[in-house]
Ligand binder design. Structure first.
Ligand code: SF4
Ligand code: SF4
Ligand code: SF4
Length: 246
């Protein structure tokens, strides 16, 4: 019997699911040979309530999503957070910096009364999460890597060192040398520093490494005449769930 896999979308842009559909043809065939996909709204109409592995995309931003996620957790043997919104709260948590009434008014204007919303939160603020596929969206292939590890009964090996390591390996010139800021020193690698390689900087979509070297980040800022406040602004985009009122 092949394990049954289900994908569920909560509040997000669905880019993580789209990215899953972007896998190499070979990986898709391998995946379909190894598991039965029983729920995946973006690609199939069938639905099943019987599944072993649940992938959760998106953060929880409505009261009704709490019970929905708890029900999925009670069914799934393994629950995986897919993407930044589910793993760390992600961009949805930007609204947590405002009173909810104000956030609703800004987005929906005089129609705000039609919408219910609560402060955004990652999946692990509601239920236990077993594994994470990080990023916004995750890098292509990390999902397959995680599924393969689960099928082998192993813990997926996701890097727990900073983006700077992969950035240096890619031969990039550090953006600090150009007077800009970057979260690479404290953010978890695994993306090959794609944003820096593409001419930008790291916004932190893969979340913090387990033991971020905050002192080192401060030393770098001091060296380049930058302030902590300048970095905190960037940090807000993906990583402020734990820092604002829930
Ligand atoms: S993590 Fe990024 S790509 Fe995935 S649902 Fe959230 S905003 Fe979209
Ligand atoms: S550009 Fe960012 S990720 Fe690359 S070395 Fe500099 S701080 Fe690290
Ligand atoms: S460089 Fe930073 S923002 Fe870009 S994908 Fe990697 S972790 Fe995410």
């Amino acid at each position: 019997m092949k394990p049954k896999v289900a994908f569920f979308d909560f509040s997000g842009c669905e880019g993580c699911q789209l990215d899953a559909l972007n896998l190499d043809a070979g990986d898709v065939v391998d995946l379909l040979n190894a598991v039965d996909i029983v729920n995946f709204r973006e690609v199939m109409t069938e639905r099943a309530d019987d599944y072993d592995i649940a992938f959760i995309e998106g953060s929880v931003t409505r009261e009704s999503e709490i019970a929905r996620l708890q029900k999925i957790r009670s069914q799934a043997k393994v629950l995986v957070a897919l993407g930044a919104c589910a793993s760390i709260g992600g961009v949805n948590c930007l609204k947590n910096h405002l009173p909810m009434e104000e956030a609703l008014r800004i987005v929906y204007g005089d129609k705000a009364g039609y919408y219910d919303t609560i402060p955004a939160r990652p999946a692990n603020a509601v239920v236990a999460v077993d594994y994470y596929v990080r990023g916004c969206p995750p890098v292509t292939g990390e999902l397959v890597k995680v599924v393969k590890a689960l099928l082998l009964g192993k813990k997926p090996e996701i890097p727990n060192f900073p983006v700077c390591v992969e950035c240096k390996m890619a031969g990039n010139i550090c953006v600090f040398e150009r007077g800009k800021t970057c979260l690479g020193p404290v953010i978890r690698a695994g993306c090959s520093a794609i944003c820096v390689t593409s001419g930008r900087h790291c916004w932190g979509c893969r979340g913090l490494v387990d033991e971020p070297n905050v002192d080192s980040e401060k030393d770098i800022l001091q060296k380049y005449g930058l302030t902590v406040a300048q970095v905190v602004e960037k940090f807000k985009i993906y990583n402020t769930y734990g820092d604002v009122a829930k």
